[in-house]
Write a protein that binds this ligand. Structure first.
Ligand code: SF4
Length: 290
């Protein structure tokens, strides 16, 4: 059996950085007491459970927490980032704040903030319910227009102020390009920043490439993660594909014969230890069926 891992797989740069920061804070504090994350540190159930067991607490907003906090509590902003008001409020109430906002997201926040101060209208191309987009909007006083379709661009009303247009880092590149063409046709006064992060695109392309050359693909990541589901969908076009969260979901090993070519891909929030345990299970139990 040959097992190959997709060229781009598992934790992206921003997620790795956030996890390293959280580990560092726990180490420095001799434990996770008084360590809080604003929202789950990453979108992976097993990872959040691991940190919850260590004592890390997840809070959804600062208001919920006001009555219980102690001076010097540590608050970590995750890789998606947060609105400017969160930083201001956290400083006011005495949190020690650690900023794990991915530098790619930070750059968008700074861009939006500086153009907003110069009087530009801000447009964010992305999902209005996603925490990253909500956070970016919080750097221009929540004034952004948020679009995720060509139809919305068609309906855009012209303004005498210029526009600054940015994208959610995980927005689909092909749709962004179509929307940019529509913005350019409609607006004479806009600056456009392509702020899409290539991590998503790279993972998808790696899945296309690998799935064409194997018999069976195992895609590892949250069942509710849209990015991981997308990877599985891509792989299904070329090979038998199994989408699992952990090795325990891998019940039927009948496809893992000794001559099988097996491909492994993991979403950007899937840790290496889960990937390694899946590979170990395939190696140990798959061969028994030969
Ligand atoms: S997907 Fe890109 S922007 Fe988002 S956290 Fe990962 S590296 Fe950063």
């Amino acid at each position: 059996m040959v097992i190959q891992i997709a060229k781009h797989s598992g934790f992206c740069y921003g997620v790795k950085r956030a996890i390293q920061m959280l580990d560092g804070i726990i180490l420095e504090n001799n434990g996770a007491k008084n360590v809080y994350t604003l929202g789950p540190i990453i979108h992976n159930r097993q990872v959040t459970e691991y940190y919850e067991e260590k004592g890390v607490k997840v809070i959804e907003n600062l208001d919920d927490f006001m009555d219980n906090r102690i001076d010097g509590d540590n608050l970590i902003v995750r890789s998606h980032g947060a609105a400017k008001s969160i930083y201001d409020e956290a400083a006011k109430i005495g949190f020690k704040l650690f900023d794990a906002t991915c530098p790619y997201v930070k750059k968008i926040q700074k861009t939006v903030s500086s153009y907003h101060l110069k009087g530009y209208n801000i447009i964010i191309v992305g999902d209005r319910t996603h925490p990253e987009v909500i956070g970016i909007n919080g750097w221009c006083d929540e004034s952004a227009q948020i679009f995720d379709s060509l139809e919305q661009v068609e309906g855009l009303l012209p303004s005498s102020n210029p526009y600054c247009i940015v994208a959610q880092t995980t927005f689909k590149l092909s749709l962004w390009e179509e929307m940019v063409a529509a913005f350019e046709a409609k607006l004479s006064n806009c600056v456009i920043h392509n702020t899409i992060c290539l991590a998503t695109e790279e993972r998808q392309n790696a899945c296309i490439e690998l799935s064409k050359n194997v018999d069976i693909m195992v895609v590892i990541g949250g069942k509710h993660s849209s990015n991981t589901r997308k990877l599985a969908e891509i792989c299904r076009k070329n090979a038998t594909t199994i989408h699992i969260e952990t090795k325990d979901d891998l019940v039927d090993l009948s496809g893992f014969k000794c001559d099988a070519r097996v491909g492994i891909a993991a979403g950007a929030s899937t840790p290496d230890w889960i990937v390694e345990s899946v590979i170990l299970k395939i190696e140990n139990e798959g061969e028994v069926l030969v």
